[in-house]
Design a protein around this ligand. Structure first.
Ligand code: DON
Length: 551
């Protein structure tokens, strides 16, 4: 016995000695990637870098995420293997009721959950950053937030992408004088190279550096937020801000062909749906199939996972989500048995909820430090520039994450997603998300990945995992052409050029309704620690303007 113990003690350090030969940061903006590396170089770990990157993205990618929004930060601590999902998802205000967005006739009022103060849920990102810095970081909050504070003060340059996002949300931004002053130029989309400076936001970040949570959820920031939201018809209260808490959740875990998957737990639907799809696909001899077969089967798996999402998924603090049953391979086997290898199952033939897609707002970053700590984080304010609403004097652009609730059973949200009871609005509840930050532990190494893209996030991560399983490198995971099915609407969407004409014809013959999207979608950011090859690779989606750097 003693000898065994000694042997183990000798072996353990050897087994764990391997640390990455380099650190990597992949994010949707070069300035945010640089902020992450600045903090790593200053002695910070991946968690400090995650605070820096999140805060920098809040400044330089205001259409994607921010202090007025929320997200999920998936952490892996190398020292003891501790893994956690920091749930900084927004919560519905306490005054919210299930019929918040319905008129007297019970119909959904278009725009109410999308634009302006009533669309905004209580932000979670500030609390998440303070939590991660306090419990996982090595550096002070002031140090990790410094790059973002500097960027807010000195400004950043308007890019092509910024201009596209701003013109998409021009009306919502114009409706908010504080937002228009910062994000537009004389009421119009600013020209390329114009500098966006955010001194009010810099002050909020400084208060957070000094006072932690109360720098945002109390004092001067809270006063400005509450006054502005109230004056614009919103329903936030002092108690909403005071009571906001992040939740540390156990990530979901599953496996696929010998790889371990660690991914987002509810209130994201992403992990559940991802594991369901992988469990279904694990039943096929994937490498031996034709491209048409693989696409057909992946689409059939997507359809079934999104059907379950619509019925069962919601905030686990409010509803019983049958996670264990849904991710059980036995459930996948039942679903697989209902699949026809030659013919599409019409969504209408699957019992369920009786139902427009997303681009690249929301944001993801992946970080690996030299100790092997990892972060995969997907952050959002939902629509481009969120609700478009900034309370006067606050510097904080608010989310429209309330649209991720099911405003009425079966009525699709902005991403065409339908839902039911499980995702109905309730006071203090978190809206269901699709964000899917994910780690893959494979036999040869470790992948860190995720992407924005609304309802398509989960299928993009699925395709990324399949590429990883096929032995491809990060540049291929992020660049590969994409296709998507989400149960309703019953269409197989694909990016321009994603499917050859021959494959399209074959899928049409099998009963799929094909729809080529106008635009490509997603903005995946990935890191790979190739343990076997002793190297670190990182890649940023060529569809976006991000940067992946290994140092
Ligand atoms: O949490 C969610 O699922 C959505 N709010 C994410 C929105 C998104 O990715 C927008 N990007 N295209």
């Amino acid at each position: 016995m003693l000898r065994l113990l000694l042997l183990l003690l000798l072996w353990l350090p050897l087994a764990q000695a391997a640390t990455p030969p380099a650190a990597a940061v992949a994010s949707a903006h070069p300035l945010a990637t640089a902020a992450g590396h600045e903090i790593l170089a200053a002695g910070g770990n991946a968690f400090d870098a995650a605070v820096a990157v999140s805060a920098a993205l809040a400044v330089v990618e205001p259409y994607s995420s921010g202090l007025g929004g929320g997200g999920f930060w998936l952490l892996h601590r190398a020292r003891d293997g501790h893994q956690v999902m920091v749930d900084g998802r927004e919560r519905a205000p306490l005054a919210a009721r299930r019929d918040l967005y319905l008129d007297a006739a019970g119909e959904v009022v278009a725009g109410l959950s999308m634009d302006g103060a009533l669309a905004a849920a209580i932000p979670g990102e500030p609390a998440a950053l303070v939590h991660i810095a306090t419990h996982y970081g090595r550096l002070s909050r002031a140090r990790s937030l410094a790059p973002a504070i500097r960027l807010a003060r000195e400004g950043f340059e308007v890019s092509e992408h910024y201009r596209r996002m701003a013109s998409f949300r021009l009306e919502a931004l114009r409706a908010s004088p504080a937002a228009a002053r910062i994000f537009l130029k004389q009421g119009a989309v600013p020209p390329l190279g114009h500098r966006i400076r955010q001194p009010d936001l810099a002050r909020v970040l400084e208060r957070m550096a000094r006072d932690g949570n109360s720098g945002f959820y109390a004092g001067a920031t809270a006063r400005a937020l509450l006054a502005g939201v109230g004056a614009a018809g919103g329903i936030w209260s002092k108690q909403d801000l005071r009571d906001y808490r992040v939740v540390e959740r156990e990530p979901l875990r599953g496996s696929y062909r010998g790889m371990h998957i660690t991914t987002a737990a509810p209130p994201s639907s992403g992990g559940v749906a991802l594991l369901q799809m992988l469990n279904i696909l694990a039943g096929y001899d994937w490498a031996a199939l034709t491209e048409a077969d693989r696409t057909h089967l992946a689409v059939e798996a997507m359809r079934r996972a999104y059907r379950d999402r619509a019925e069962f998924l919601g905030d686990p603090d409010f509803v019983d989500v049958p996670v264990t049953r849904l991710v059980d391979p036995a459930h996948a086997a039942r679903l697989r048995a209902g699949m026809d290898g030659a013919q599409a199952t019409p969504s209408s033939a699957l019992a369920g909820v009786a139902a427009a897609p997303g681009g690249n707002h929301t944001t993801h970053f992946s970080i690996l430090d030299r100790d092997g700590n990892r972060v995969a984080a997907t952050l959002s304010i939902n629509y481009p520039f969120g609700s478009g609403f900034m309370p006067e004097g606050s510097g904080v652009l608010l989310n429209d994450e309330m649209d991720d609730f099911s405003a009425k059973p079966g009525v699709p949200n902005a991403y065409g997603l339908v839902g039911a009871e499980a995702n109905a609005i309730a006071p203090g509840k978190r809206p269901l998300s699709s964000m899917t930050p994910t780690f893959i532990d494979g036999p040869d190494g470790i992948a860190i990945l995720g992407t924005p893209g609304g309802s398509r996030i989960i299928t993009m991560v699925l395709l990324g995992v399949l590429e990883f399983a096929a032995g491809k490198e990060p540049a291929a995971w992020v660049a590969q052409p994409r296709f998507h099915h989400q149960y309703l609407p019953d269409v197989l969407q694909f990016e321009p050029g994603a499917l050859s004409t021959a494959v399209q014809d074959e899928l049409t013959l099998r009963g799929h309704s094909l729809q080529q999207a106008q635009q490509p979608w997603g903005n995946m950011q990935a890191v790979w620690w190739d343990r076997k090859g002793k190297r670190v690779l990182a890649a940023s989606d060529p569809r976006g303007e991000g940067a992946a750097e290994v140092r």
